[in-house]
Write a protein that binds this ligand. Structure first.
Ligand code: DGL
Length: 265
């Protein structure tokens, strides 16, 4: 038994979509969430830059005393996961990859779309996953233009957000796809718009958040580091940006918890 916190890291607010699934599935686990904020967005940056940010972020979480790290960012995972695992060999590090495998295994039309950042879609990891699982399946690669900026500025419920999503998603209707993979952790915050736009078109939306939470649960058992069942979870939020950014992370997380009806504040 180990009541130390789990560390979750993202370039900004996006990893809160993973944090939410962890809170839901593992209510006794404390979590420290690091939203970089200072260097966000990562999507158009080089592998070297993203790897440097990821190393600094995991180091910060280790300094805070975490027992495990979840890289709640597809872009940082595709750029840096092997480097991170090489450095912190004794600590479980869970990465997030666009859910290409389940989408390819379940498509009926043989055509899927993956929405992700520019970096993720051109990464070696993405190419090797698609070549492994997408045999006979056509994978349309689509960057969610402006999606990250919209979520970072808290405008996901605006008309501007709906228009940005429509611009990216509407052209996919009629392309023969039956799955849209959300391959960036910011994108689930725009999911209601995506659902609205594809509604009635036989297109499922595939997200990896819940599957990652199940993987974390499995690893906690395997390494015997789960928190005690009477442990009261605490949630903390840190950032490389200013205090205002950190506070908005905290507020956004609180409104997510309110929706889940969990209160650990
Ligand atoms: N949330 C991140 C992801 O899952 C990256 C967003 C960004 O910083 O561009 O890919």
């Amino acid at each position: 038994m180990d009541n130390r916190p789990i560390g979750v890291y993202d370039s900004g607010f996006g990893g809160l979509s993973v944090w939410r699934e962890l809170c839901r599935l593992l209510p006794h686990e404390s979590i420290i969430y690091l939203g970089d904020g200072k260097n966000c967005p990562y999507g158009g940056r080089s592998r070297e830059e993203i790897t440097a940010f990821a190393k600094a972020s995991v180091q910060r979480l280790v300094d805070e005393g975490v027992k495990m790290v979840v890289v709640g960012c597809n872009t940082a995972t595709t750029a840096a996961i092997s480097t991170l695992r090489d450095i912190w060999r004794d600590m479980p590090i869970v990465g997030l990859e666009p859910a290409v495998k389940p989408a390819c295994l379940s498509t009926q039309t043989g055509r899927i779309a993956v929405l992700a950042t520019e970096h993720s879609l051109r990464s070696d990891m993405f190419l090797s996953t698609t070549s492994r699982y997408a045999e006979g399946v056509e994978v349309l690669k689509v960057v969610g233009e402006r999606f990250v900026d919209i979520v970072e500025s808290g405008k996901e419920n605006s008309a501007e957000a709906y228009d940005a999503v429509r611009k990216v998603v509407a052209p996919l209707i009629g392309s023969g796809i039956d799955k849209i993979v959300l391959g960036c952790t910011h994108y689930p915050f725009l999911r209601p718009h995506i659902e609205d736009i594809v509604s009635g078109r036989g297109i499922d939306i595939v997200d990896s958040g819940a599957a990652v939470a199940r993987r974390v649960e499995w690893l906690l058992k395997r390494y015997k580091i789960a928190a005690r069942s009477d442990h009261k979870a605490e949630y903390r939020f840190i950032s490389f940006a200013d205090e205002r950014y950190r506070l908005s992370l905290e507020q956004r997380a609180k409104s997510i918890l309110d929706k889940l009806l969990i209160s650990n504040y």
